[in-house]
Design a protein around this ligand. Sequence first.
Ligand SMILES: *[C@@H]1O[C@H](CO)[C@@H](O)[C@H](O)[C@H]1NC(C)=O
Length: 333
Amino acid sequence: MRYCPGRAPLAVPLVLCAAVLLLPALGAAERRRLACSTCRGIADRFNQGLADTAKKNFGGGNTAWEEKTLSKYESSEIRLVEIIENLCDSSNFECNNMVEEHEEHIEKWWFKLKKKYPDLFKWFCIEMIEVCCPAGTYGPDCLACRGGSERPCHGNGRCDGDGTRGGDGSCSCNKEYTGDFCLDCSNGYYSTLKNETHSVCTACHAACKTCTGSSNKDCQDCKEGWIKNEEAACVVCDASCVGCTGEGSDKCKVCASGYIKEDEKCTDIDECNLPEKVCIRENEDCVNTRGSYKCVCSEGFEEKDGTCVQTVKTGEEIETVATEPSPGGHDDL
Ligand SMILES: *[C@@H]1O[C@H](CO)[C@@H](O)[C@H](O)[C@H]1NC(C)=O
């Protein structure tokens, strides 16, 4: 615990030292990734600090005296201290710790090296304290990601540890792609372009589970609820089916809800003719639909606050007779 008692600057409450005890719980790879994002945050805040202090102190139209002072301030320790003070939120232990540990590097860069190495992130995070890697590379030695550092994962996925000293360079492909190099198409996608460096996969027709082209005739397998017809195209199962072995209501594996098997066919149930009434409010009628039914207010009545009330006549005009389905209606039985 070399950063704990005594060494923490005032900006870092000692309570935060407790955080150090939690760090070993992170895996080594996670710690490396965290270190890089911490450093990136520091470099970003430093650049922000540069911009803020440039604006704050001199508003343009400088006198000769100001010009001289400005150029002094520009590279001054005062400005550096102002910037460093704002590099970390006080609650960010990792950040405060990193700044404290490497303040000398930052000072050296500020006073001697920033002209030669203007990119602080690159100089500090990648080259000096070695917590990050250049984009497209990963791990302790900044090796190229799978698929190469130019286009990791062939532009079709994310390289594990990209830009950090962690990770293993393997690819997590976007959903359209699969394989170690994200060059193959996932199920439900087919290849529309493929050469050594590029691969483009496009979604199959909605009817297909797997396919070789864009139409429902290019399916290798049909999706659940679809079936191959005589022309070898996948077509949707009849509305009365859940799963089917062919087209039509006589080829259902199981009848959909609201349908019942009758003479080998899934047939619509007429809920309005069941012995037990399904529309039970006063002044409403039952309307059968395919696979379901609706309860609607009778003619001369309209829906209001969940009941059917008599339609009010205004003058000679009769207001619209409500035929809208009531919210009490059901989609299935
Ligand atoms: C592969 O395809 C891409 C995209 O069309 C193209 O830019 C690239 O030049 C091709 N590469 C080769 C080696 O043919």
